[in-house]
Design a protein around this ligand. Structure first.
Ligand code: GLU
Length: 283
């Protein structure tokens, strides 16, 4: 039984890129007599709005999609995220990071050896070097901190891991892919303001929702290497992945909520029928 999902964040109106991701996941499930589930990724309460959540349901219904109830909300799952952090913490794989964004940028600019991954500069590991006594004294003084995964230690702990790519990565990757999670650096698993992060929540929720095939844009292909590591550390089942092409604007850039990409809502208000949306998106 194939189970796919669409997992939008209610931080704006859905655009054509979201429609493509949702339709691809939905059609894959339907073609295979499988199931399609929905998840609202709303851990960042400062950016999420209820009106956008309502709009997600409206827009998906308008596109003709149906999903299983209940819809999973990440904001209801903080206890699960906390428990997983405790598990990773007990394995000695997390460390507190007190750095601000500005400090990280300055450290990267200062050091010629700052580590880089395929998507640019990585966290330079500043707080990984702190002694236990320094960590405790900063925590006790009330300093805010995030929790980062010591990715090299974690990757060593996990050993060789792979994932199955059924779609296509940005460079044509397909089939069994060796995961290289260290390319992401020491990613934050619990933010200073939220006791979770995107990567942590996503792997726990995909497992909880029984997702067997993660269908999403290939801008998240690099994230898959890291997420596969988290699945291994947390003993979660490994879903297959089907990354798909991105919908680009006329200047060849990925559509983004921030750039006021044309929303499904505005297309609907202009009288564009859903069938034309599907046509515009292509196969
Ligand atoms: N909430 C994420 C987004 O809107 C979903 C990422 C994923 O599919 O894993 O980009």
């Amino acid at each position: 039984m194939i189970v796919t999902r669409f997992a939008p964040s209610p931080t704006g109106y859905l655009h054509l890129g979201h429609a493509f991701a949702a339709i691809t996941a939905y059609e894959t499930a339907k073609r295979n007599a499988g199931r399609f589930r929905l998840r609202i990724e709303d851990i960042d309460r400062s950016r999420c709005r209820t009106e956008f959540e309502g709009a997600i349901f409206d827009d998906l219904h308008w596109l003709g999609l149906e999903w299983e109830e209940p819809v999973l909300r990440q904001s209801d799952r903080l206890e699960t995220y906390r428990a997983a952090l405790a598990k990773l913490g007990a394995q000695g794989l997390l460390y507190p990071c007190f750095c601000t964004r500005g400090e990280i940028a300055a450290e990267i600019a200062r050091s010629a050896e700052a580590p880089h991954g395929p998507e640019g500069a990585l966290y330079p590991g500043t707080c990984r070097q702190l002694t236990e006594a320094e960590r405790q004294s900063r925590i006790q003084s009330g300093a805010a901190y995030a929790l980062r995964l010591d990715v090299k230690a974690a990757a060593q702990h996990a050993g060789d891991i792979q994932f199955e790519e059924r779609g296509c990565g940005p460079h044509g990757e397909r089939g069994t892919i060796a995961a290289h999670p260290a390319l992401s650096g020491d990613i934050v698993l619990a933010r200073k303001d939220i006791p979770a992060s995107y990567h942590l929540a996503v792997v726990l929720d995909d497992a909880f929702q029984g997702v067997t095939q993660v269908t999403r844009g290939n801008d998240l292909f690099a994230a898959t290497h890291f997420q596969r590591l988290l699945q291994s550390l947390l003993h979660l089942p490994a879903p297959a992945y089907a990354h798909h092409r991105l919908i680009l604007d006329e200047r060849g850039r990925k559509l983004s909520k921030r750039d006021n990409a044309v929303t499904l809502r505005s297309l609907r208000e202009e009288g564009v029928p859903p069938a034309e949306i599907r046509e515009r998106l292509g196969p």
